[in-house]
Design a binder for this molecule. Sequence first.
Ligand code: NOJ
Length: 476
Amino acid sequence: MSLRPDFLWGFATASYQIEGAIDQDGRAPSIWDTFCAIPGKIAHGASGEVACDSYNRTAEDIALLKEVGAQAYRFSLSWSRIIPLGGRNDPVNQAGLDHYVKFVDDLLDAGITPMITLYHWDLPDELDKRYGGLLNREEFPLDFENYARVVFKAIPKCKYWITFNEPFCSSVLAYSFGQFAPGHTSDRTKSPVGDSSREPWIVGHNLLVAHGRAVKVYRDEFKPTDKGVIGITLNGDATYPWDPEDPRDVEAAERKIEFSIAWFADPVYFGKYPDSMRKQLGDRLPEFTAEEAALVKGSNDFYGMNHYTADYVKHGDGNPPPEDHAGDLTTSKTNKAGESIGPETQSFWLNPNPQGFRNLINWLSKRYGYPPIYVTENGTSIKGENDLTREQILEDDFRVKYFHDYAHALAAAVAEDGCDVRGYMGWSLMDNFEWAEGYETRFGCTYVDYEDNQKRYPKKSAYAMKPLFDSLIKKE
Ligand code: NOJ
């Protein structure tokens, strides 16, 4: 047993992926509603219109969390339920806000610790239309600050706050690849608007400044009385050199982590972007003004870590195209010796490699001075899961093994390597809307029957989590 007695474990979800109820109680559209309506963007033309209908099933979801023994629940708020038009001069929708206030009260009554993500990709659509949403360096951070303040004020009982989920995805997938809302890209076969060589870096910058503003508000106006903690959640894969004998691959493996994680974490901990990024991107990577740097530097009470997989990395030719976001390199799932990084899943990008998780926890801990880490997402899809019968799906041994191996890798990083990991949220409490992949890919520890009134059936993995963490957490 190696994890601290107050180690917090549970499950995670996000508003647009589970809530449905897109027109209820005054909610206005988010950029995801708009994006899903464009033919060809989402597998099978799916959307979050109904999803798991969690907006109307809060009692059922809390009962599910209790049933599987979860201590904590990470979920996100839909900004356009709370401030439908999004901006700092737009009205607050009391019904939308009250919904979340009550949900937090109900979780606490059930003995479950809430962890709230303010922004999990569903920007109020109006802000995108009004001023270009995340691209706007002046307006966006101020509107986010205002939204954050409204929420902090209404929900003092929440003690764990995450500003942004995976800003890398909000930047690269949404403004370089055009795969996520609002779908910008330089590829004119996919979108009439976008500049993949510049927009992702601008969006990343604005998200960092908005994060810094919200953290300042929390620390100045709420933390002294509410005594919670706040941080940003970053995603990033572990890396191994494709050819460990080639120093250029060794360097590229390091650079990949810098371009995905340190892009955000270096500013948060050091107040500047990594040198490798400045070198490749030049003035396409914005500079922090003195005021911005002061807001961003030192703005994490904890590091929120989303992590799923690992890659082998091969160096590029030293001449990356302007659209390159990765750091002049390519990734693959096999190395020079032909070894595979891990078994296939339903997600083309995800191959389990628990050793990579331990390595990356160490990488982060060393670079950022052993900060407290909460793993805010970790989980897996299963190849072909959606084609099985319900009975078969419930026996998700592949997922059980994934959680077992990753939790043990985490425990080793704590007990043997001295890293400070304080929590773990499995992705996801239930099957849900997997963005551009629609409902094909299931990440849930609970099966959701979309054909039969979104009924929930916990899988084996949902029940496996409690004994797993009971075996790893020290008793008080
Ligand atoms: C990370 C994202 O935060 C979440 O929304 C998504 O469903 C999972 N990864 C799985 O892809």
